[in-house]
Design a protein around this ligand. Structure first.
Ligand code: SF4
Length: 357
């Protein structure tokens, strides 16, 4: 499926094109043609972005020289998914749910991507043999009740490929919940035709897990918006859960987050997770210090209702799994050669490290 992507400065909307600094030009050139997230943004998302270098949408796709700064805490596989890989595409870390890495690309590259190292140049959409392998595993593991279909972004495959995948999963494990993990409603809402929504509705139980970071990502451009698409999904009986990454300089204030989550609730979406940033290479400049994140979350709780409040969580670096973050979550602080770290406990009490800054 042809994804509409802008990959060169010349093709950016005029105001954005004029705003690219010499430093950014150098970064774009350096990343061009590499497997390290070159510039790629959809015309829709680019049109929503403003030209100011600090614009919260622009910062999400415009390469910056900070990506080349050394980060002693960076991990090539921040979530430790390789440890739990059971078939070529299936990761089984939590007892009752599994992750299917179905698609190799995205409708635009986020500069903070947690799968940065294997995102660009990764494998294409899951093929029949890989689907059969995953289904055989699912048939043997009846404890798995939910399958997260992620990628890249599965919506970069066409409807026929999605139908084939969803039908095979439904046949292997009738009643298993399909969780479609996607940012496409935000970056490429035109992808969601009535047929696509109908396809999802046909494969219930299904849930859409959408990645949204800022209120402005829901705005209309050229007669289409993420807000309309997500509302249509809800109206078709498809629950939509919102996942947000806490990002320095983009959404790191209680007010900005409150505005986003209130708007989501108004559309019928459920704010689900606010994620502390994973330790992907080249993304440290987006990392909000953990104690600042806890303060923002506390303030956020006083601004919005419980219905609009997602859980604040982190994937413990290196494969410790997801834990919720709250005021007493830090066990202690210790020194390391790379800098100070907090020790955080997983569900079993094992301690994992997360950088202080
Ligand atoms: S949409 Fe998700 S997987 Fe794709 S580049 Fe952005 S963060 Fe990475």
């Amino acid at each position: 499926m042809k994804i509409p992507l802008i990959t060169s400065i010349a093709d950016l909307p005029p105001a954005l094109k004029a705003s690219v600094t010499p430093e950014e030009k150098a970064c774009i050139k350096k990343l061009s043609g590499t497997n390290s997230l070159p510039l790629a943004v959809t015309p829709h998302f680019a049109s929503l972005a403003g030209p100011h270098p600090g614009d919260p949408l622009r910062r999400q796709f415009m390469p910056s020289r900070n990506e080349f700064d050394p980060d002693a805490f960076a991990l090539a596989d921040p979530l430790g998914e390789a440890r739990y890989r059971k078939t070529s595409r299936l990761v089984h870390q939590y007892r009752d749910r599994a992750l299917l890495l179905a698609g190799g690309s995205c409708a635009g590259y986020c500069r903070f991507c947690f799968r940065r190292v294997r995102m660009s140049g990764g494998p294409g959409f899951i093929n029949r043999i890989e689907i059969a392998e995953a289904c055989a595993y699912l048939e043997r593991h009846s404890e798995i009740r939910e399958i997260l279909i992620s990628g890249g972004d599965p919506l970069t495959a066409d409807n026929a490929a999605l139908e084939q995948l969803m039908a095979a999963l439904g046949k292997a494990r009738p009643g298993m919940v399909l969780r479609i993990c996607t940012r496409t409603p935000v970056t490429w809402p035109q992808r969601f035709s009535a047929k696509t929504i109908g396809l999802f509705a046909k494969h219930k139980p299904i849930r859409v897990m959408v990645h949204i970071n800022h209120l402005r990502e829901l705005e209309e451009e050229g007669g289409v918006s993420a807000g309309q698409i997500l509302k249509s999904l809800v109206e078709a009986g498809i629950p939509v859960h919102v996942q947000t990454v806490l990002l320095k300089g983009i959404n790191d204030s209680a007010k900005t987050l409150a505005d986003l989550f209130r708007a989501c609730l108004d559309l019928g979406l459920s704010p689900y997770y606010l994620f502390q940033l994973d330790l992907a290479p080249g993304s440290a400049h987006f990392r909000v210090p953990l104690k600042t994140g806890l303060k923002i979350y506390r303030d956020l709780g006083s601004l919005i209702s419980g219905l609009a409040l997602p859980s604040y969580a982190v994937d413990l670096p290196g494969g410790g799994g997801k834990i919720r973050l709250y005021d007493n979550v830090i066990v202690r602080e210790e020194e390391r050669p790379a800098g100070n770290v907090y020790l955080l406990a997983d569900a079993g009490g094992k301690l994992w490290e997360y950088p202080v800054n």
